[in-house]
Write a new protein. Structure first.
Length: 482
């Protein structure tokens, strides 16, 4: 059997497997912005902000995993609940992601009294109640002066809490399996529709690829056939960037190091950024920015590949299809160095790499395929539209580093909906993947990351296919324009 036909059959089988995985592993919670609502009905003698913190088993509670709600039911003119001396009874609603198992409720930042009338999880029309008596247990409470269960009316007992010290909180115990089963029951229809829509989109993309399979794999095949030539050109390209300078290729490493030091000084020393997602900010920054350095360097160099090597483009016998790949491969040399630097720094700061670090190879491959697809597109277009290079440098590279994000923690700043929109950026997936591999220690198929893995490859496949199509369509005009 012809190798290309065999590859097409393998691709079809792979798509079929992804369809099975979607119906097996993907559910509505992966895109549900509201998730599960955690509701606390309370009254207080203070207007304050109450919080919940959530974490995975074995992890500490951090600022990046919390939800806030404000109580504004107290007035100095008098209390509504005179027996307890508190204000109007309010319902505070917090967002609780479905894939967390530990929950802590914080009683605000001010000293005073809080009366908790009811506490429960809410999923559509389903309700999962919390026994208030477990909140009274001493082993669950921190910085709480007193906690008393008061017999109530037909609506049940309520909890009166007095706080005096900073950061008063109590652990909330619940059965995760019961909660999740209730959530799934409440969202069966949404989950089914979501799975069908996702499979339809995936299969439409796959159908287009199958119909144009041979033309889409032409360039990858040519790269493989000319891999030795491409690698030699990449080595020469890397050396020639700094030819004639006293420090030579050392400049390739100095510029990123200086950039990291500047960012570190501004955020850690100037803005006093201590931790991000529960990790030292310097690690959070470096592990994230390593992948961005490669992306920006490869995209910038790859975009100008045909212009820079115009003398090769004009040679009829030279296969110009490998030129964008040459520039991307050239950027890999520095990328390998800084990835090793990030691993060593993590080790020195007691974040020893584990088996999860092997994922870095996968995420480096993701980054390379994404930027390779973009460079085939941009290198073809910049030949005819010179301003495209400037547009990419300003609006993709300079603005993109803040939109990814790398220097700030999106989970603690953005709301659930805004965070989902930021995750549509494919580089968000790669940057988060580097952090998951070295810091958070999470596999790329765990939780909602599996959905974003499928999304990333759908988008990357479209970008790569578009880049290859445009490149081959405009290829015959390159020599004339250049």
């Amino acid at each position: 059997m012809d190798k290309r036909k065999a590859l097409r059959i393998v691709f079809i089988l792979f798509v079929a497997l992804i369809n099975v995985i979607i119906f097996w592993k993907i559910d509505w919670s992966d895109i549900d912005v509201k998730g599960i609502s955690f509701v606390v009905e309370l009254a207080s003698d203070k207007n304050d902000t109450y919080q919940i913190y959530y974490s995975h088993p074995g992890e500490n509670f951090g600022e990046g995993a919390r939800s806030d709600a404000k109580y504004k039911g107290w007035s100095s003119k008098g209390s509504k609940d005179e027996a307890n001396g508190v204000g109007v009874r309010k319902k505070l609603v917090f967002s609780f992601p479905a894939d967390y198992e530990n929950l802590r409720f914080d009683f605000g930042e001010k000293t005073g009294r809080t009366v908790v009338y009811d506490m429960y999880f809410e999923m559509n029309n389903l309700k999962y109640s919390i026994d208030l008596h477990q909140l009274q247990k001493e082993e669950n409470c921190v910085s709480i002066a007193s906690r008393d269960i008061i017999p109530g009316d037909e609506n049940g007992d309520y909890l009166v809490v007095e706080v005096e010290d900073a950061d008063p909180n109590t652990l909330v115990q619940f059965h995760k399996d019961e909660l999740i089963n209730g959530y799934y029951d409440a969202n069966k229809t949404n989950t089914l529709i979501f799975r069908i829509v996702l499979c339809v989109l995936l299969d439409l993309i796959a159908l287009y690829i199958v119909m144009h399979f041979y033309s889409l794999i032409d360039i990858p095949v040519e790269i493989y056939q000319n891999r030795k030539l491409a690698l030699n050109l990449a080595k020469n390209d890397f050396k020639q960037k700094f030819a004639g300078s006293y420090l030579g290729i050392a400049w390739a490493f100095i510029q990123p190091i200086v950039t990291i030091l500047v960012y570190w000084f501004v955020f850690t020393i100037g803005l006093k950024a201590g931790e991000a997602s529960g990790f030292p900010f310097v690690l959070f920054l470096i592990v994230g920015i390593v992948s961005w350095f490669f992306f920006s360097d490869a995209l910038s160099g790859g975009t100008n590949a045909l212009v820079e090597y115009n003398y090769l483009v004009k040679k009829v016998v030279f296969n110009i299809d490998i030129l964008p790949f040459v520039k991307v491969t050239s950027a890999l040399f520095v990328h390998f160095f800084f990835t090793a630097f990030a691993i060593i720094l993590c080790t020195c700061m007691c974040y020893v790499p584990s088996v999860y670090a092997l994922q870095i190879i996968y995420y480096m491959f993701c980054n390379m395929i994404l930027v390779l697809g973009l460079t085939y597109l941009t290198s073809a277009l910049v030949v005819f539209f010179k301003d495209l290079g400037q547009f990419i440098n300003i609006f993709v590279i300079q603005v993109g580093v803040w939109l990814t994000p790398i220097m700030w923690q999106a989970e603690s700043v953005l709301g659930p909906l805004q965070l989902k929109l930021f995750k549509l950026n494919p580089m968000y997936y790669i940057v988060s993947g580097f952090r998951d591999s070295l810091l958070a220690k999470r596999w790329f198929w765990q939780g909602d990351t599996l959905l974003w893995t499928i999304y990333f490859w759908m988008v990357t496949t479209l970008i790569f296919g578009l880049g290859v199509k445009v490149f081959r369509r405009l290829k015959i005009h390159f020599a004339d324009v250049l």
